[in-house]
Design a protein around this ligand. Structure first.
Ligand code: ATP
Length: 308
């Protein structure tokens, strides 16, 4: 990852009426990384993105794209950006190729070679001469992506890019975005309310909730920072096990359920607890531990707000 961010968002704020929809949001995104903008429905992802690309005025704050201010130097800033904010605008009765030619005419300096390049990049070579009305949703997304990439943007912003796609389509988009970041050094921002998506696609994620960024971390750190695991001991007799553990580890919460004793602990503690139970003559039938998923972490960070 390079040192200079391609996007710097500082204290971005949007007030509509009396409601603060985006509240002093700040984060940076770097070339070559896929950044996930994750939050429950209504958290403010679309509003933030709309302000970033100039589709909505900001009430306060600043967005710099490659050093140019979206507010005061819009032309220079936006030329660095490729974005699909709502559904990509496509002409259904034209072919994919005609759509790209039409779009390229609105920009300066897009050569026929560049059009071929983006077609190849999104894997539409075989179908580009067909009319868009016969395209699947995934193909339309890819054509939209090709359109957004024509002018070689340094930053690609996609609002919920996998919405409505089937698992194969989602996998494809994920692979294109990763390749784009890695091989072309493009910074990619994707918004999503789907944790599993973000986990597989992104290098870093920023979690937004009620218009505020509540956390920004590398995906791996998110999961690994908290090394505690939930461990379930299937034991008999349960009451003696609970008593022994409460005495030995008074600071730990224990959740006895059915014939299992469930407790949160550091991984290293598992043998210690097991040895204690054996020492007290308690029979252990099974030990199960579960590592936290990103979803568990997300729910903790957002205070349990549900996501789909
Ligand atoms: N023009 C508007 N006037 C008033 N409230 C608005 C307006 N636009 C958005 N909001 C409110 O701002 C909040 C953030 O909406 P936004 O669409 O940015 O969220 P989101 O995170 O993109 O959610 P989703 O995933 O559902 O699109 C919501 O509570 C929404 O109702």
């Amino acid at each position: 990852m390079s040192e200079e961010p391609i996007v710097s968002i500082r204290d971005l704020t949007k007030v509509i009426g009396k409601k603060t929809i985006i509240d002093h949001l700040s984060f940076d995104v770097y070339p070559g990384e896929v950044f996930g903008f994750l939050g429950p429905n209504g958290a403010g992802k679309t509003t933030t993105i709309r302000m970033m690309v100039g589709l909505m005025d900001m009430t306060e704050g600043e967005v710099l794209i490659d050093g140019s201010s979206v507010k005061t130097n819009f032309e220079d800033a936006i030329v660095k950006v490729g974005a699909i904010v709502e559904n990509p605008e496509l002409y259904k009765f034209l072919t994919g190729y005609q759509n790209l030619v039409h779009y390229s005419r609105m920009m300066k300096g897009i050569t026929k070679e560049r059009i071929q390049e983006v077609i190849k990049l999104v894997g539409l070579e075989g179908r580009i001469k067909e009319k868009v009305k016969g395209y699947s949703l995934g193909m339309r997304q890819r054509l939209g992506l090709a359109q957004a990439l024509l002018h070689r943007p340094k930053l690609l912003i996609l609002d919920e890019p996998t919405n409505g796609l089937d698992p194969a389509g989602i996998r494809e988009i994920r692979q294109y975005l990763r390749t784009l970041a890695r091989e072309e050094n493009v910074a990619v921002i994707v918004s999503s309310h789907l944790l599993s998506e973000i986990e597989l696609m992104c290098d870093r994620i920023g979690i937004i909730q009620k218009g505020k960024i509540v956390d920004v971390q590398r995906v791996n750190d998110f999961i690994q920072n908290d090394t505690a695991v939930m461990v379930a001991f299937e034991v008999d007799p349960l009451e003696s096990a609970v008593k022994a553990i409460k005495e030995a580890f008074p600071e730990h919460d224990i959740d006895p359920s059915d014939r299992k004793l469930i407790m949160k602990m550091e991984h290293e503690m598992i043998p210690e607890v097991t040895a204690l139970l054996v020492e007290k003559g308690i029979r252990i039938y099974s030990i199960q531990s579960s590592v936290k998923t990103l979803e568990d972490v997300f729910l903790e960070v957002t205070g349990g707000e549900q996501v789909v």
